[in-house]
Ligand binder design. Structure first.
Ligand code: UPG
Ligand code: 3PG
Length: 250
């Protein structure tokens, strides 16, 4: 069971989300149980940091873009520093994308299983989006089949980034898989540590990637990072019996 009264801190990684971050931060600040909101501006060029600060978040800035996983790690490190200074126990974490706007208010469904000690990590599954995306399912399939092969569990939406997790689950997946590999890495590492993961349907709407060249470049980067996260974990699994010391360093 979690400690009674344990609260949740939201971490919002952002690259160029100035148009959407105010509504997202306001919705997350209003969530019952969330008592800190940290926005990590991952090298934006559109003033995201100032807008997030005005909306009431604690803001940290990466001078240069470092990718989503690095932004999450920076946010958690900053949070742990604040907690140490306040003498506050490590909070549970709520990972939220910056582009959810008001729909982020529906993320409350991710909290009870973690707060009540029934799950170590919950993952939001999204309904069909109002604006259709341009994906063909290649990255989603790679991620889903990879997770099944490594853990025996088949997620409905393997790339969903909206997650609530305990401090212990975060540690089990640290250091996080880089870039867009972060979700697959989290799921595999948390399950491999013997912890419990649950998908929870959540009414979220986000900006979907289109079919233009920008969308295709984005998907290629997702594919590369997911492939790397899976390959590293397959190697780790294969080595863990024969050379556990080497596996631990992978
Ligand atoms: O270099 C970057 C790029 C993006 N982001 C932020 O990361 C979040 C997710 O990025 P987004 O562009 O919305 O990615 P999508 O492809 O739409 O996201 C889907 O797929 C990603 C995994 O590939 C998951 O992280 C997301 O949760 C999931 O919605 C957003 O808040 C971004 O601002 C960064 O912090 N740094
Ligand atoms: O648009 C998406 O859903 C993601 O970018 C993943 O792309 P995919 O549909 O090609 O897996």
């Amino acid at each position: 069971m979690s400690a009674p009264g344990r609260t949740v801190a939201a971490i919002i990684p952002c690259k160029d989300e100035a148009d959407r971050i105010t509504a997202t931060v306001e919705a997350v600040l209003a969530l019952d149980g969330v008592d800190r909101v940290v926005v990590v501006d991952d090298g934006s060029s559109d003033g995201t940091a100032a807008v997030a600060d005005a909306a009431g978040a604690s803001v940290i800035v990466h001078a240069r873009n470092a990718g989503k996983a690095a932004a999450l790690e920076t946010g958690v490190r900053h949070l742990r520093g604040l907690e140490a200074a306040d003498g506050h126990a490590p909070r549970h974490l709520l990972f939220v994308d910056g582009d959810l706007e008001q729909s982020a208010g529906n993320l409350h469904v991710l909290l009870p299983p973690v707060l009540e000690g029934r799950a170590d990590m919950t993952i939001a599954t999204l309904p069909p989006q109002k604006v259709a995306g341009g994906g063909r399912g290649f990255v989603v399939r790679l991620a889903r089949e990879g997770i099944t092969g490594l853990t025996g569990w088949t997620p409905v939406q393997p790339l969903s980034g909206m997650r609530c997790l305990t401090a212990e689950a975060f540690e089990a997946a640290s250091p996080l898989a880089p870039g867009w590999g972060v979700e697959v890495g989290l799921t595999v590492d948390v399950l491999t540590a013997g912890l419990r993961v649950e998908e929870v349907p959540c009414e979220l709407q986000h900006r979907v990637s289109g079919t233009d060249w920008r969308g295709q470049v984005h998907r290629a980067a997702q594919y590369r990072d997911v492939w790397r996260a899976l390959t590293r974990r397959r190697l780790r699994q294969a080595l863990s019996e024969r050379a556990p010391g080497v596996a631990a360093r992978l």
